[in-house]
Design a protein around this ligand. Structure first.
Ligand SMILES: Cc1cc2nc3c(=O)[nH]c(=O)nc-3n(C[C@H](O)[C@H](O)[C@H](O)COP(=O)(O)O)c2cc1C
Length: 183
């Protein structure tokens, strides 16, 4: 049975999202005692502080999924040199009401893939700033900034040979870090 439950939050709603593919490829590299669970963010309401006292069912679901997780895995595109609005909306929704944030203390990995050469570096820095405020420790190294290239993904969704060793190394370090936090 999986001992460590990881909530996977993908910052793109696009059907053929590269970030979703990257998340899927990474999940295959996880150790046997880890289970990965996709967190749906596309059906959340736009955050409105008036709703804090009676949060909508999708917000409650999101908070319960985060609450049940031993760790978080953010895989996000960069939109206009920051994180996509859908991801910020999810973060805001689960951070409230004040004092009842679902995020606090959950260790997180942050990765991303873009078509641009900067490989989501700016978006990841913005995300790390937001997560620091929310008391979410983030794995610092190795950083993962990926530019989409042919051969990155195999037809079955696994990570292609050229990047597999690097991403396996990332996953091994992430898993060890999550275990340390859980102790
Ligand atoms: C609104 C918008 C803004 C974008 N801004 C950036 C950007 O700032 N940096 C970048 O590298 N790519 C940018 N892109 C290109 C994305 O890297 C590309 O669309 C990528 O496929 C998005 O990730 P996804 O495949 O997971 O949806 C942008 C795309 C969109 C739709």
């Amino acid at each position: 049975m999986s001992e460590y439950r990881i909530a996977v939050i993908v910052g793109s709603l696009r059907r053929d999202s590269f970030n979703r593919k990257l998340a899927g490829g990474l999940m295959r590299l996880g150790p046997p005692d880890f289970s990965f669970h996709d967190v749906q963010i596309g059906d959340l309401p736009l955050y409105n502080q008036d709703d804090d006292a009676s949060q909508a069912p999708p917000v409650k679901r999101l908070k319960a999924e985060i609450g049940a997780a031993s760790g978080l895995l953010f895989v996000t595109p960069e939109y206009n040199r920051s994180i996509p609005g859908v991801l910020k909306n999810a973060i805001d929704n689960a951070s409230r009401p004040y004092g009842q944030s679902a995020w606090a203390g959950k260790p997180a990995g942050v990765l991303g893939i873009s078509v641009g050469a900067v490989g989501t570096a700016v978006a990841q820095q913005h995300l790390r700033t937001i997560l620091a405020y929310l008391d979410v420790p983030t794995l610092g190294q190795p950083e993962v900034f990926i530019q989409m290239k042919d051969g990155l993904f195999e037809a079955d969704g696994s990570i292609g040979a050229a990047s597999r060793k690097f991403l396996q190394g990332w996953m091994d370090r992430y898993a060890a870090w999550i275990r340390k936090h859980a102790d």
